[in-house]
Design a protein around this ligand. Structure first.
Ligand code: SF4
Ligand code: MG
Length: 316
C-alpha cells in the first residue's frame, strides 16, 4: 500500500547571488502514514519550515517530488489543485502575522469555506460559530479583529481557519513556540483531540525534542537541510544514534533521575554553520567530537542502522 504522503529527494534552493546558493532543503526523503504525526525537529534555519511550506505548496521545490496518495502534488491540474487546498492546510508559528489584521474573525474563518463551497450566508455563519465553539472561543466575538485577542486565542483562530475546509493533513509549524508556556499544553491537547476525532494526519514542526515526544509517532531530526536521523518516537528517545540527536536530547529535562544522570548535558560547540554553499561532507563535522577523516571527505547517507531506525553518520 502507498504511504499517504511521500517526500522523495526534496530540494529547495534559494539563489542568493551568482555564486551563493542557500540549500534550505537538501535532498530530504520521508513518508507520513495516514492518521499519524511525524515530528520534524531541528534548530532554527535547518529547513523544517521550508519543508513544511513545500508540502502545502506554498513553495515549489527546486527538485524532487511530493506525493499525496500516490499523486505528485506539483503536477496537479486546476481541479486537482483545488482539491489539494481543501485536503492540506497549515498552522503557522506566529498566529499574529498569519492573520490579516483588517479582517474580522468571521471573515478569516469563513474565507476558505466560501471559496470551496456554495453556501448561504446563514449556513456560513452557523459553520463559523461551530468552529469557534470547537476551538473554545466565544462566538459573540466573531466580529472582532485579530489584535483584540491574546496569543493563545489567535492561535485558536488559526486552528479554526485550518479546520474550516475539513482538511485531512495539517502542517503544524511550531504552533506553540510563540505562546506562553502556561497555554502551550492546552493548544497541543486540542490538536491531539482533533486528530483523534477527525482522523487528521500531522507534520509537527518543533525546534527541540521536548514537546514532539508527546505528539509524534515518528520523528525526523534535521540539520542544515538534511534529515540526519529518523525513526519511531519511543526508539529515538531510548536509543538515539546520531551525535547531534544525542546532544539535542541531552538538553531536555527528563522526569527519571537515573536517566537524567546517564544523559549528562552535551554542549554542542560552535555555531550552526551556514546553509549557504554547504561543504560536500558531513554537515555536522565542525561541531562533532567524533569526527574522523572520512567525515571531512564524504557526506554520510541516511542508512537503516537497526530495524526502521535510520541515521546519517560514518560511525555506523
Ligand atoms: Fe560526527 Fe562523522 Fe558522524 Fe558527522 S559523520 S556526525 S562528523 S561522526
Ligand atoms: Mg521555522
Amino acid at each position: 500500500e502507498k504511504p499517504y504522503i511521500e517526500v522523495k529527494n526534496l530540494r529547495k534552493y534559494f539563489q542568493l547571488s551568482r555564486k551563493e546558493i542557500l540549500k534550505a532543503v537538501d535532498d530530504v526523503s520521508f513518508i507520513i502514514n495516514k492518521g499519524e504525526t511525524v515530528g520534524l525537529v531541528g534548530e532554527s534555519g535547518c529547513g523544517k519550515s521550508t519543508t513544511g511550506r513545500c508540502l502545502v505548496k506554498l513553495y515549489e521545490p527546486t527538485a524532487g517530488s511530493i506525493f499525496l496518495e500516490g499523486n505528485d502534488i506539483n503536477l496537479f491540474n486546476k481541479k486537482g489543485k483545488g482539491e489539494f487546498c481543501k485536503k492540506v492546510q497549515m498552522i503557522f508559528q506566529n498566529p499574529y502575522a498569519s492573520l490579516n489584521p483588517r479582517m474580522t474573525i468571521s471573515e478569516i474563518i469563513g474565507e476558505g469555506i466560501k471559496e470551496h463551497n456554495t453556501i448561504s450566508d446563514k449556513e456560513l455563519k452557523e459553520q463559523v460559530y461551530s468552529l469557534l465553539e470547537l476551538v473554545g472561543l466565544n462566538k459573540e466575538h466573531v466580529n472582532r479583529f485579530p489584535h483584540e485577542f491574546s496569543g493563545g486565542q489567535r492561535q485558536r483562530i488559526g486552528i479554526a481557519r485550518a479546520l474550516s475546509v475539513r482538511p485531512e493533513f495539517i502542517v503544524c509549524d511550531e504552533p506553540i513556540s510563540a505562546l506562553d508556556v502556561s497555554i502551550q499544553a492546552q493548544v497541543v491537547n486540542m490538536l491531539l483531540q482533533f486528530q483523534r476525532d477527525m482522523g487528521l494526519t500531522y507534520l509537527f514542526i518543533a525546534h527541540d525534542l521536548s514537546m514532539v515526544k508527546y505528539v509524534s509517532h515518528r520523528i525526523a531530526v534535521m540539520y542544515l537541510g538534511s534529515i540526519i536521523e529518523y525513526t519511531d518516537s519511543a526508539e529515538l528517545y531510548k536509543n538515539p544514534i546520531h551525535p547531534y540527536t544525542k546532544a539535542l536530547l541531552s538538553s531536555i529535562p527528563v522526569a527519571d533521575p537515573n536517566l537524567q544522570a546517564s544523559r549528562r548535558r552535551i554542549i554542542i560547540e560552535g555555531d550552526v554553520p551556514s546553509p549557504v554553499n554547504p561543504p560536500d561532507c558531513c554537515k555536522f563535522v565542525d561541531r562533532c567530537k567524533y569526527a574522523k577523516s572520512v567525515c571531512f571527505e564524504t557526506r554520510p547517507a541516511l542508512k537503516e542502522i537497526s530495524s526502521q531506525h535510520y541515521a546519517a553518520c560514518h560511525l555506523y
